[in-house]
Design a protein around this ligand. Structure first.
Ligand code: SAM
Length: 267
């Protein structure tokens, strides 16, 4: 190899190392990351307790989305460091809006998108306030948030109003993974059903689970599928044990959403 060529390669390597050192510094400055995102060769959370997270989840759900999402709109609720927002933008979604309540995560998400040159909107907003976001979205991500809420069904019933196409829903699941065969009704004195671990139930965490005081309600499989159906969703696919892809085929009764019926006392 000619000396000039060797020098150019060496200079390029020095530039790259300098850029990566600066990136690593900025990543560290933004606090501890929950999302491991590859920022030009520098991982943001390489020692995550769940492994390469959420890449491990993404691998199982990626096929749900078209490779070319040109024109699609996406709402990412509880977007955290922006992993899913970034994947949607990479597939060409025209508008991606990520919302979260936590400034640390929002700053990380903004930094990640900017570093990767992706135009994504990030907003500080609670899932309880999403009715203030105008319009509906082709894809709504509601991943990893449900069990962090004290009012999970209230939030789910609100989220549904924002879904034009698909809801991608994920929650922590504990207890039975079975799909119970349920009757339409049970006698008041039938107490046996509650001793069946497959019967739909949500575990309430008064103190902490996994060291986290915001883990409030953890459903078993039967309860989660029941709640999704009861909120007016049709389960289209269940690509992995904690994730469901749903559509809002029967989200309204008599032209009104379930949330509005419930709040008006007409359900
Ligand atoms: C376990 S992380 C899940 C992150 C990401 N959605 C995922 O699946 O990898 C939970 C996220 O929900 C956010 N969050 C918690 N309560 C929220 C609320 N009321 N509204 C919006 N985001 C919330 C947290 O700040 C955090 O970023």
């Amino acid at each position: 190899m000619a000396t000039t060529e060797t020098n150019v390669i060496a200079c390029h390597n020095v530039d790259r190392t300098t850029e990566q050192t600066e990136l690593a510094r900025r990543i560290a400055e933004l606090g501890e990351w929950f999302h491991n995102i590859d920022l030009k060769g520098v991982p943001t959370a390489p020692r995550h307790f769940l492994g390469d997270f959420p890449q491990v989840k993404w691998k199982q759900i990626a096929s749900v989305f078209p490779e070319d999402m040109t024109g699609a709109t996406v709402l990412d609720l509880g977007c955290n460091g922006g992993f899913y927002s970034i994947e949607m933008k990479r597939r060409g979604a025209s508008r991606v809006l990520g919302v979260d309540v936590d400034d640390r995560y929002l700053n990380q998400a903004r930094f990640a998108a900017e570093t990767l040159g992706l135009d994504i909107q990030f907003e500080k907003r609670s899932v309880y306030d999403i009715d203030q976001i105008p319009g509906e979205f082709d894809y709504v991500f509601f991943m990893g948030v449900f069990y962090h809420l004290r009012y999970p069904l209230y939030a789910l019933d609100k989220v549904i109003k924002k879904v034009k196409g698909k809801l991608i829903f994920q929650t922590m699941i504990r207890g039975s993974l079975a799909s119970p065969q349920l009757k339409d009704d049970y006698h008041f004195w039938n107490k046996d059903i509650f001793n069946n671990p497959d019967f739909p139930c949500m575990y309430f965490i008064e103190n902490r689970y996994a060291g986290d005081p915001t883990n409030w309600w953890i459903p078993n499989h039967g309860a989660m599928e029941g709640m999704l159906r009861s909120s007016g969703l049709e389960i289209m696919t269940h690509p992995e044990p904690e994730t469901w892809v749903c559509e809002t085929t029967h989200a309204q009764r008599d032209g009104k959403y379930i949330l509005d019926h419930e709040l008006a006392g007409t359900l």
